[in-house]
Design a protein around this ligand. Structure first.
Ligand SMILES: NC(=O)c1ccc[n+]([C@@H]2O[C@H](COP(=O)([O-])OP(=O)(O)OC[C@H]3O[C@@H](n4cnc5c(N)ncnc54)[C@H](O)[C@@H]3O)[C@@H](O)[C@H]2O)c1
Length: 258
């Protein structure tokens, strides 16, 4: 039997806080941006899709007082630095970073080329490294920060339908979350990961047979809604989330128990 999901929006208080979210023009990133903004936070909506980022920023706040849309390709270290400078110029600091941008390519293992392997790692793992490398120092100086990395169930157990390079890159992102958590311990900055199973955003890339197959496989009988992962990200991003450190929060509907 499929579990029923009722969307009750939680209330978090992000007054006075500034968040930068990658891959936030749509999907999970957009849901996280909306929830932090709803809680009174200022949000930098960044994405490789600049028009999409600017559009969401203007939808949330047509005056762009509490939002800004920025082009940020997470494969480029310089894009992180430029976006960070832009946000600091506008609002003074960055308190929360959500490394959400990611890309899954379902290439059969024997067809994965060196270039494709490197490009998937650059989007899903090297991006997390450059982001943490930069924002760790910025947040350390401020004595406060929250970094949340959106990884994947695939990075824990290989996933349900995930490819080799995607799974490996997400495993790397989980380990970087632990590395930077240890590096930043005691500075007021926390680093944590969320490892989602199938999210409703994936449905657009699947046939109805594939959607049913996933629903049958997930013990709770459905895909996760973006509002659910946004709620967990907001908890980790909140001041009350300060005792989560180097954790990987499983959100997989019971697919993987450890
Ligand atoms: N959808 C799922 O079932 C699922 C499951 C587990 C983990 N995840 C992870 O959750 C995160 C969000 O997934 P989603 O379903 O919302 O994805 P999505 O495809 O709906 O959105 C991804 C966003 O990232 C942006 N993006 C892609 N490449 C980028 C780059 N190089 N630089 C900056 N932005 C880029 C896209 O423009 C898009 O706006 C990803 O890290 C994904 O790997 C998703």
């Amino acid at each position: 039997m499929t579990e029923k999901f009722e969307n009750i929006e939680p209330n978090f208080n992000f007054t006075g806080k500034t968040a930068l979210i990658t891959g936030a023009a749509q999907g999970v990133g957009a849901a996280i941006a909306k929830l932090i903004h709803k809680g009174g936070g200022r949000v930098a909506i960044t994405d490789i899709d600049e028009a999409g980022a600017v559009n969401l920023a203007e939808t949330l706040d047509p005056t762009n007082t509490s939002t800004i849309g920025i082009k940020l390709d997470v494969r480029e270290k310089d894009d992180f630095l430029a976006a960070s400078n832009q946000v600091v110029k506008k609002w003074g600091k960055v308190d929360i970073v959500v490394n959400n941008a990611g890309y899954a390519k379902r290439t059969p293992v024997n067809d994965i080329s060196a270039d494709e392997f490197d490009s998937i790692v650059a989007i899903n793992m090297r991006s997390v490294f450059f982001s943490c490398q930069h924002f760790a120092e910025h947040m350390k100086k401020n004595g406060y920060g929250r970094i949340i990395n959106i990884t994947s169930l695939a990075g824990q157990n290989g996933g349900t339908v995930a490819s080799a390079h995607y799974s490996a890159s997400k495993a790397g992102a989980i380990m970087l979350s632990k590395y930077f958590a240890r590096y930043l311990a005691g500075t007021g900055v926390t680093v944590n990961a969320i490892a989602p199973g199938p999210i409703s955003t994936a449905k657009q890339r699947l046939s109805s047979e594939q959607i049913s197959a996933v629903e049958n496989q997930v013990p709770v009988g459905r895909f996760m809604e973006t509002s659910e992962i946004a709620t967990t990200a907001a908890l980790l991003a909140s001041e009350q989330g300060g005792f989560f450190m180097g954790a990987t929060l499983d959100m997989n509907g019971g697919l993987y128990l450890r």
